[in-house]
Design a binder for this molecule. Sequence first.
Ligand SMILES: *Cc1c(COP(=O)(O)O)cnc(C)c1O
Ligand code: SF4
Length: 325
Amino acid sequence: MAKSTPFFTSLKDLFAFLELPEPSTQVANSRFSFLVSRHFASKIEKNNPNDPLLREILPTAQENLQVEGFCDDPVGDSDSEKEPGILQKYKGRVLIEPTFACSLHCRFCFRRAEPKRSLENFLARFDAWLSQATDIHEVILSGGDPMMLPKAQLAELFQVILSKDHVKTVRIHTRTPISFPQVFDIENKASIYPLLQKLSQKKKLVVVVHVDHPNELDDASAKVFAALQELNAILLNQSTLLKGINDSGEVLTELSFKLFSQGVLPYYLHQLDHATGVAHFEISDAQALQIVEEVRQAVPGYLVPRLVREIAGEASKTPIVNPGR
Ligand SMILES: *Cc1c(COP(=O)(O)O)cnc(C)c1O
Ligand code: SF4
């Protein structure tokens, strides 16, 4: 019975699947539950407790440490929230959070403290807000993972966007190409691909996938990206620098080349947002700059991601630059 669900929600089941000894202490983190799709879990190396993909999703006791400077709203989202689920920080672009559902719970997520709020009347409110916000040319779907919305709700959301001529671009931030590719599969009745197809006839599509390690990319992700390219979508990637996962020039060089082989260009490389419970993933700016320098020396210029940090109140993401330059 449990086999039929496409997710692991119990660490015990995941450890059995990975052929790892049962976790001795169940790390309870009531604030952010454990969840990973079977698809993502299938890319974790068996019997390797140090696998980088395992580290992305495995709850640890370090998450419960209180570290100074790490808080629940590290990037000032509540100050930029026009209404629940509607955020405008930057000119011409609005970011919406139509869902908080995800196909995996990344332990470093800066939205991990999001209250399990349900957004009342989101679509009607967004429709009204967007009608009067005629300077908005780009709608950014974030979350949670917007591609985890039930198909009927996504259809309604796209309808709202399609009804606004001033919106030229729809940008989708998602991990589903690497974690839950079945949502794009046309064989699957619940596939959202036909909705994207329709949207792309009127709006420019930009898909920003979130891949942190080259092992996340596989044949299934290549297939999703190829299908999105048929819609003339621009495919970009953002990563977060994570200690013990991708904090090396070698790993990020491999990531850039592998993304490129699947038709995706690196966009942002984020320094970690200071959310409660993620301090153990942080590396210093000096290390980050060193890593990016190594990547720059190994790949063509168009495969070098932009190293940035989000600072509350700034008019854009803030580039991290070498003070000596
Ligand atoms: C990051 C972000 C954007 C997008 O910024 P770009 O630099 O255009 O990628 C837009 N809105 C919010 C609230 C963001 O956090
Ligand atoms: S919002 Fe993104 S980073 Fe956070 S848990 Fe969901 S998929 Fe992971």
